[in-house]
Design a protein around this ligand. Structure first.
Ligand code: EPU
Length: 433
């Protein structure tokens, strides 16, 4: 059985919606609990499939996980004894690479299945993670779909300069260094809000990490971490996605449970495009009733414009007057979704890392596919803005990272529903759900 979204587009969005906990913080904090031989109460966990998969991986490793309520879990990894995790499930989640850093930190060794995750059509290397682990005394091998790492004499603090600004490598080195012998310094570290969140989580469990949020992070290894409770920050990209949706459809939506500072890079661009964004303490009011204006976007590591918002904003720019230029500065390829937008009447030309978007009067509903999480979100936005019916396939990608997307959008007036259908059959004979 597969599921599609069916969207009747063309309606402006009005109302309120609430943002969930940050996916990219949750998928690091859950593996980070492996470092703690005690109960960690984690609050504001988003209900998304990447989180479910990681919780299942931890359970298979011997962790005890108790659901306190919908968004709160008690995770106790004290009984985890084996520094290996070679489940097939791991190949489906990119963030399972954090289990390598966490196991190295706890046991000084790790055998882990190679991480999977969203595929933008190119290679997603982990050489900078390996560079960090090696500098700290681990010998690392990648063979037969497994990553094996072992520090014969235990993990030692070290100084690591990242050749590329990498979110994953920065977090993984923090995990491996928290219990290491001595001080680790990461230079050219990533500065995303979720890096700070992971450091805050570890510090609240007794780690000594300073400088997270700047490009130099110092981790003084401690003997052990203790249990405690921690609440995950709101999801910057989920909020940005709904902001982009309102920009595209027009209307007025109050987006609650956000940290407006984390949204600055997105807000600034939307304002250039003719959208009004009013910031409250923990909410933003997004309004558009005039025409959309063109702009140029270059994606960069934080505080630059996030690559994870590139497909969504490109979709909105399809409806702006004039020509916009988008440059992808993080991933070598992330434009597969463009061919789907062309089916809906968009005018976009891609050349390497650059996309030239010529604004059109309207998009028209069509059957489209999600090729990855954010590409899928872009298809939903395109469907909401388009005249007529859009069918969005491949929604398992979307559900990896957006909690209750349908319900949240319906709550602000979108006409969007699920349709289940047997894989082989044609959509005409499906039940609408
Ligand atoms: N890179 C290397 N070597 C490495 C690691 C990264 O060359 O060892 C390169 C990558 O090829 C890429 C750049 O460095 O060109 C940045 O990659 P980064 O390591 O920062 O990405 P990541 O940690 O694998 C996380 C998010 C992605 C997000 C990127 C960039 C998670 C689980 N994933 O991936 O999120 O695009 O950072 O911000 O945190 C998403 O949420 O849709 C998503 C794909």
């Amino acid at each position: 059985m597969s599921t599609k979204y069916i969207i009747n587009g063309g309606n402006p969005l009005f109302g309120e919606l609430e943002i969930s906990g940050a996916k990219n913080a949750a998928v690091a904090i859950i593996p980070a609990t492996l470092l703690v031989k005690d109960v960690c109460r984690i609050e504001n966990i988003p209900q998304i499939s990447d989180v479910t998969m990681l919780l299942n991986i931890l359970k298979s490793m011997g962790a005890e996980i108790r659901t306190v309520n919908k968004h709160t879990m008690d995770i106790d990894c004290s009984k985890v004894k084996d520094p290996s995790a070679t489940f097939d499930l791991m190949r489906k989640v990119r963030a399972s690479y954090y289990i390598i850093g966490a196991l190295l930190g706890r046991f000084g060794e790790a055998t882990v299945a190679m991480p999977g995750g969203c595929n933008f059509g190119g290679v997603r290397p982990i050489d900078q993670h390996v560079k960090g682990f090696t500098a700290m005394g681990a010998e690392v091998d990648q063979n037969n779909g497994l990553v094996t790492a072992k520090a014969e004499n235990g993990m030692k603090g070290s100084s690591i300069y990242l050749d590329v600004v990498s979110v994953g490598a920065t977090i993984n080195i923090m995990l491996a260094a928290s219990l290491a012998d001595g001080t680790t310094v990461i230079e050219n570290a990533a500065r995303e809000p979720h890096i700070v969140d992971v450091a805050n989580f570890l510090n609240s469990m007794g780690a000594d990490i300073r400088g997270a949020g700047t490009n130099v992070i110092k981790i003084r290894g401690v003997k052990e971490l203790h249990g405690g409770s921690y609440s995950i920050i709101p999801d910057q990209i989920e909020a940005g996605t709904y902001m982009a949706a309102v920009a595209g459809t027009g209307g007025q939506v109050l987006i609650k449970n956000v940290i407006p500072k984390h949204l600055d890079c997105i807000t600034r661009k939307l304002v250039e495009m003719g959208v009004t964004v009013e910031e409250g303490d923990d909410c933003v009011l997004v309004k558009r009733d005039g025409p959309l204006k063109r702009t140029n976007i270059k994606t960069l590591p934080y505080p630059g414009f996030p690559t994870d918002m590139q497909p969504q904003i490109a979709t909105v720019l399809c409806l702006a007057s004039g020509t916009s230029i988008i440059t992808e500065g993080v991933w070598a390829t992330r434009y597969k979704y463009v061919y789907e937008l062309l089916k809906m009447g968009a005018k976009i030309q891609v050349d390497g890392r650059t996309a030239v978007v010529e604004g059109v009067e309207r998009l028209t509903g069509a059957p489209v596919t999600s090729y990855d999480l954010r590409a899928g979100a872009a298809m939903v936005i395109a469907g909401l803005c388009a005249q007529g019916v859009t069918e969005v396939d491949g929604i398992n990608y979307i559900e990896r990272g957006y909690e209750n997307l349908i319900e949240k959008l319906r709550g602000v007036g979108a006409d969007i529903s699920y349709v289940n259908y047997p894989d082989e059959e044609n959509l005409n004979s499906k039940d609408a759900g």
